[in-house]
Design a protein around this ligand. Structure first.
Ligand SMILES: NC(=O)c1ccc[n+]([C@@H]2O[C@H](COP(=O)([O-])OP(=O)(O)OC[C@H]3O[C@@H](n4cnc5c(N)ncnc54)[C@H](OP(=O)(O)O)[C@@H]3O)[C@@H](O)[C@H]2O)c1
Length: 333
């Protein structure tokens, strides 16, 4: 079997140890293009190394893969990760950076948790962690580099997903776990789900604001993987919800497609589409777009509110600049 030829380039995948990120890494590593050097960036070192071992075993000759620890729920970890990667890129210890796939994500359960810096976890991990990561890596993004942010159609009320619609608020309030008025009468489960859809709307504001700031040739696009059954996204949900989501629903795919969403995809399908977004030569000039799978479509009406996106950007700069070293705490909603 002949392997890819040419100059190697690096692709960082946050949350590449499981679910859609793992599917993306597998697709990149089986590509005839490249060679690619994939960095799996996840918080759990054991799970990440096990995933890397599996991925390396199945990779096409010529590609490389490694795990580098990253906890998006700790801005100190994010900065350490970015500094290490920047040093290695500058010294030639890593091939030039081609892509950053902001894929890792958490969905809150019924309990509100906060990150190491004291931010509500869904907003802190899904948005602020990636916000700082990409900003720290901006100096090493070169023309033809790409940022792909994994969002979700739950950000869009028109999609009528089972997840409650976003309830936008300013970034300071979201960082404290305070959603907008639409969430006023939410019970804890609905509240956690709504924090998730709201964080996914933040992912899209971030992508569009980033695309406006990137130098020529560097692109940023958002991605909706569809409803991907059997991943660990519900890991913080109550045990019965976890069981149904991980064990039952994947066996009832045709029923879920008919009743819940026609947009049901496998890990492999959504991982392959994500890999395509970050590697396909035909997308080199495409930026500031939202992809549903491989199709560029419009995101929700409110996601095009530029003033809101710019306010989120500026507030995220301020929030993360003064993020201290507060230790992780738990409290109930
Ligand atoms: N599944 C769906 O139906 C669906 C639909 C729309 C959008 N999405 C989006 O797709 C993305 C991937 O979700 P998934 O379904 O594949 O979930 P998943 O199976 O739970 O995978 C999430 C990945 O993120 C990592 N991660 C979680 N918290 C992290 C942190 N603080 N720092 C670094 N890595 C962290 C996990 O690594 P550890 O092992 O270290 O925890 C894991 O590798 C998310 O952004 C999600 O919002 C999913």
């Amino acid at each position: 079997m002949s392997g890819p030829s040419g100059k190697a380039r690096t692709i960082i995948i946050t949350g590449g140890s499981a679910g859609i990120g793992y599917g993306c890494a597998a697709a990149i590593l089986s590509s005839r293009d490249g060679p690619w050097h994939v960095v799996v960036a996840s918080r759990d070192a054991g799970r990440a190394q096990a995933a890397v071992d599996r991925l390396a075993g199945a990779a096409r000759t010529g590609h490389r893969i490694e795990a580098v620890p990253l906890d998006l729920g700790s801005l100190a970890s994010v900065r350490t990760f970015a500094a290490e990667l920047t040093d290695r890129l500058a010294s030639g210890g890593l091939p030039p950076l081609h892509g950053v796939v902001c894929n890792a994500g958490v969905q809150a359960g019924t309990t509100m948790t906060v990150t190491a810096d004291g931010f509500e976890s869904t907003f802190g991990v899904n948005h602020l962690g990636h916000f700082v990561l990409v900003n720290e890596l901006l100096p090493v993004l070169r023309p033809s580099s790409r940022v792909v942010v994994v969002a979700s159609d739950t950000h869009d009320p028109a999609m009528k997903t089972p997840v409650p619609d976003p309830a936008w608020n300013n970034a300071y309030a979201l960082a404290r776990g305070e959603l907008g008025p639409a969430a006023a009468s939410d019970k804890p489960f609905a509240s956690g789900q709504r924090r998730y859809s709201t964080s996914k709307l933040a992912n899209i504001y971030f992508t569009y604001a980033l695309a406006r700031r990137l130098p020529a040739g560097v692109t940023a696009n958002a991605y909706n993987p569809g409803l991907v059954l059997g991943t660990d996204l519900q890991r913080d949900a109550a045990a019965p919800v976890r069981f149904v989501s991980k064990q039952v629903l994947p066996r009832l795919r045709p029923l879920v497609r008919r009743i819940v969403s026609p947009n049901v995809r496998t890990v492999q399908e959504s991982g392959e589409a994500l890999a395509w977004l970050v590697t396909a030569p035909e997308l080199a000039g495409t930026t500031g777009r939202y992809f549903d799978g491989r199709q560029a479509i419009r995101s929700s009406h409110e996601s095009y509110d530029t003033a809101r996106a710019e306010a989120l950007w500026n507030d995220s700069v301020a929030l993360t600049a003064r993020a201290g070293s507060a230790t992780s705490q738990r409290s109930t909603t």
